[in-house]
Design a binder for this molecule. Structure first.
Ligand code: RAM
Length: 875
């Protein structure tokens, strides 16, 4: 059947071909790019050709397996062994006669390769510099070096590596891989990620040298606010590297970190995630990672870490942090105090790459780069960075041309100030290099209001800037932590915009690893010591990440395995909540954090009772847990938590509704949560919706909600039949509103509605970030309601097409790469007849869609392109 075209299959949540995966039985997914109208899959076959490195082994074939599944189907072949590499292809049959009994052509091949799957595979040992740290150069990096011989040219080579701290490897003077900030940040004591590199091309017959830069990073560098903490995970950095080579002559060589290695102080005098990097190029030992050099003075034998447990090693489940974009300055100006200021036109996360041409005369000259998100009075405004210096320094070696970029730090900035440049400054010599988890973009949105489009763009940029291995609150100040509440509210938006399944699955494993024995979820994952928050106590909205995130990811990606993996964690949280953790507790709750009515120095002071927020979330999480239990076939639990949820709803009504049918906190957040979480008895739903709309109108359609209410306010209004109020809220341009920052030139989402005050000064609150995704959670409403694209069944196996035009918008569109392929919608109001809605949408193969257009009875469609036109009911 020639007309069926499959895309390259995927294994688990790995982006395309991947070496070093940790799954022995990676689940497979494929998408049907082309098929005849009405075609549905009835069977599939998987072919797995093991790459036997030389020997020809006949491919393993599953034979025809009946079924329509094409997302995360079980690995049908024998499990992979460590290092096993194979090429996977899939073909499919149609369900009925349209298939003609003939299979499709085989899909293009996917190559997957297992990493080191068992602790026994590791023979290398974790090594690091010996001796005491130099108190004069506390955050100095180390260089490590190991030499080995190959008897013949390499045919095939893999390097497995990890570190306590951050590492960057060099083989014979060439950089290994393109990962940034490896091995990433996990709950190191329990889970330490390792990376796998193909280094065949970097090796040669004869002597070779493997070298490493090693920095403190999250492991022992200063992290956390209020001065932060050092040595959170230990006081010694270390490198673990294991090289496995098959030579052309058939010999195998294994070489790893161990007692024969050498360490020397590195050229980076200071490498700090918050403060920046200070690199003295004069201190780079010539040829230090090449065999021609002996190493030289200053090299000392390493020390083997006796306390390292290989069982903590984990292969990545998501993509690494990489450079994802280069941005040139859009303007270079001189500030009132005479400094050179660069404007990159975009608040971004990364660092600058400098190219100097000083020559020998400039040897020892120091270039300083300071970073900030905003200017005030024409100068960098660094106060919001608090205790993060965000300053890089480069000392020139004096070569004709030197190119440098920091390795072990990153900054959140739009502006940079450059000082000490040798010779004439040419803006072309500076590039901003954007870094972040290299997630595949999967979601797009646009509409007829360009300010709304800029808001959406800002949400995308805030996601990129705050998905740096860990989903963080902010990327610039002395914080950058995995605050659970922020990502909890942002997950539906995140999962639409980028494929973050693998990354967040890893982070949720850290959440479970750091969860307390009594079920309490830390406020920050990975958990670190923080003033005021340790030990953690149950915190609604934040701790609910344990339940609501696996559920949202299940809705987006259809991964039942993730639900299973995180079930214990989710249940422990709900049990803790119901045992008085947050439900009914008077304990200190963040509640509707950052309500715009709260004064800058008291973000707790919300209009909405924090106990009400906690009670609402208790009911919500119990209800979602019951659904998770049902999916997993845990029917006794499902029943128990359904009952618990009903009880929690009753308690909510009893405690927080008044005799006249209002809520005790007569606030937008209170009604919005009650409506969206379905907490109210039937009779109170309508009045609550009416009251919510009244409050929103009474506030002049300005935002009056914080972290808890903002993500749901537009959805609540939509459900309450007050769609126009939702649109007026969305399109409001006065402060506080989503678009106010846009009118002030924002290029990312701000932490506070008024991070920049209307008078142009920076908010005096000590917590003032210009890059926080949490309040950008409204983008979910743009996707699902304005454009009208949402999953109606887990993993988008059923698509919901339900635009809700309004607010004067004349068109909108959205596109999402679902696990089954592309779904998109575009609608416009007819030019001549503004009450005429015309919509076009595409539904991927393997799914069906429910189409729900205003004024029309919902109907069902199958895969393919569709059109619809309808006269809108008069508002
Ligand atoms: C701030 C963080 C984060 C929030 C916590 C409670 O420090 O930036 O956004 O979750 O407070």
């Amino acid at each position: 059947m020639a007309s069926i075209v499959l895309d390259v299959p995927r294994a688990e949540h790995h982006p395309a071909d991947r070496i070093g995966i940790g799954e022995r039985r990676p689940r497979l997914s494929w998408t049907v790019r082309e098929a005849p109208y009405g075609w549905t899959q009835g069977a599939y076959e998987v072919q797995v050709a093991v790459d036997a490195r030389g020997g020809a082994v006949p491919p393993w074939e599953s034979g025809r397996i009946g079924g329509a599944d094409s997302v995360l189907v079980p690995w049908p072949a024998p499990p992979l062994g460590s290092r096993e590499r194979c090429v996977v292809r899939v073909r499919v049959w149609g369900r009925d006669a349209a298939g003609g009994g003939q299979p499709s052509a085989w899909s293009p091949p996917l190559t997957v390769e297992a990493g080191l799957l068992s602790p026994a595979d590791w023979t290398a040992e974790m090594v690091g510099p010996d001796g005491e740290r130099d108190p004069e150069a506390w955050e100095r990096t180390a260089l490590l070096r190991g030499a080995f011989e190959l008897p013949a040219p390499p045919a095939y080579a893999r390097l497995y590596a990890s570190a306590r701290g951050l590492y960057e490897l060099e083989l014979n003077g060439a950089r290994v891989g393109d990962e940034v900030l490896a091995p990433g940040w996990t709950s190191y004591r329990r889970r330490l990620r390792y990376q796998t590199y193909d280094v065949t091309g970097l090796l040669r017959a004869g002597p070779n040298v493997l070298g490493a830069h090693l920095a403190d990073g999250w492991f022992r560098g200063r992290i956390g606010y209020g001065g932060g903490t050092r040595d959170v995970y230990g006081d010694r950095t270390g490198l673990l590297a294991q090289l496995e080579v098959v030579c052309g002559d058939g010999t195998t060589v294994r070489f790893g970190t161990g007692p024969g290695w050498w360490a020397a102080p590195g050229p980076v005098l200071r490498a700090s995630l918050y403060d920046g990097e200070h690199h003295d190029a004069r201190l780079v030992p010539p040829g230090w990672s090449e065999p021609e050099s002996e190493g030289g003075d200053g090299w000392r034998p390493v020390r083997v870490a006796a306390d390292f447990d290989v069982r903590t090693l984990r292969a990545p489940t998501g993509p690494p942090v990489r450079h994802t974009q280069d941005i040139a300055p859009v303007a270079v100006t001189t500030s009132p105090s005479g400094r050179t200021l660069l404007d990159f036109g975009q608040n971004l996360v990364g660092r600058l790459r400098l190219r100097t041409r000083g020559g020998w005369g400039a040897r020892g000259a120091e270039v300083t780069v300071r970073h900030a998100e905003v200017l005030q009075d024409g100068e960098l405004c660094t106060r919001p960075l608090r205790h993060a210096e965000a300053t890089d320094r480069y000392v020139l070696a004096g070569r004709r041309e030197e190119v440098w970029e920091p390795r072990f730090t990153f900054h959140g900035f739009r502006y940079a100030e450059i000082d000490g440049w040798p010779g004439e400054f040419d803006p072309a010599d500076v590039t901003a290099r954007v870094i972040g988890s290299d997630l595949r973009r999967t979601g797009w949105f646009a509409c007829s209001d360009d300010d709304v489009n800029r808001l959406h763009e800002n949400v995308v940029w805030s996601m990129r800037g705050n998905f740096v291995d860990v989903p963080t609150d902010c990327p610039q100040r002395d914080e950058r932590l995995g605050w659970t509440g922020d990502i909890q509210v942002f997950t539906p938006t995140a999962a639409f915009l980028h494929d973050c399944s693998g990354m967040l699955a890893s982070w949720l494993a850290d959440l479970a690893a750091d969860q307390y024995a009594d079920g309490t979820v830390p406020l920050i994952v990975p958990e670190i010591p923080t003033p005021d928050w340790l030990p953690a106590w149950p915190m609604a909205v934040w701790g609910d990440a344990a339940v609501l995130m696996p559920w949202e990811l299940y809705r987006a990606y259809g991964d039942e395995g993730l639900l299973r993996d995180r079930y214990g964690s989710a249940r422990a949280w709900v049990d803790r909540v119901l045992a008085g953790g947050t439900d009914g507790s008077a304990g200190r709750q963040l509640g509707d954090w950052l309500d715009p009515a709260a004064p800058p120095d008291d973000p707790w002071a919300a209009r909405t009772d924090a106990g009400l927020v906690a009670a609402a979330y208790a009911a919500r999480s119990a209800d979602v847990l019951a659904r998770i239990a049902e999916v997993l076939g845990e029917s006794a639990d499902a029943e128990r938590y359904r009952a618990a949820a009903a009880g929690a709803r009753d308690r909510f009504t009893a405690a927080y509704t008044t005799a006249d049918g209002r809520l005790t906190s007569d606030s937008q957040t209170a009604y919005a949560l009650a409506l969206v979480f379905d907490l109210l008895p039937d009779g109170l739903v309508e009045p609550a919706g009416r009251r919510l709309a009244e409050l929103v109108a009474a506030d002049g359609h300005h935002i009056a909600t914080g972290f808890a209410g903002t993500p749901v306010i537009c959805e609540a209004l939509t459900r309450a039949g007050a769609l126009e109020d939702a649109y007026r809220l969305l399109r409001q341009r006065e402060c506080p509103s989503w678009l106010y920052p846009v009118t002030r030139g924002a290029t990312t989402v701000w932490e506070r509605w008024d991070s920049l005050l209307p008078d142009g000064t920076v908010n005096p609150g000590e917590m003032t970030s210009f890059n926080h995704y949490a309040l950008g959670a409204v983008a979910d409403w743009l996707h699902t309601r304005v454009a009208g694209l949402a999953p109606a069944a887990p993993g988008w196996r059923r698509v919901r097409v339900a635009p809700r035009p309004g607010g004067g918008l004349t068109w909108a569109r959205a596109r999402h790469e679902t696990p089954y392929g592309t779904a998109d919608i575009r609608w416009r109001l007819h030019r001549g007849h503004r009450h005429r809605l015309e919509a076009e949408f595409t539904i991927p193969h393997g799914t069906t869609a429910e189409v729900d257009l205003p004024g029309l009875a919902p109907y069902e469609v199958g895969p393919g392109s569709h059109r619809a036109g309808v006269d809108l009911p008069e508002a």
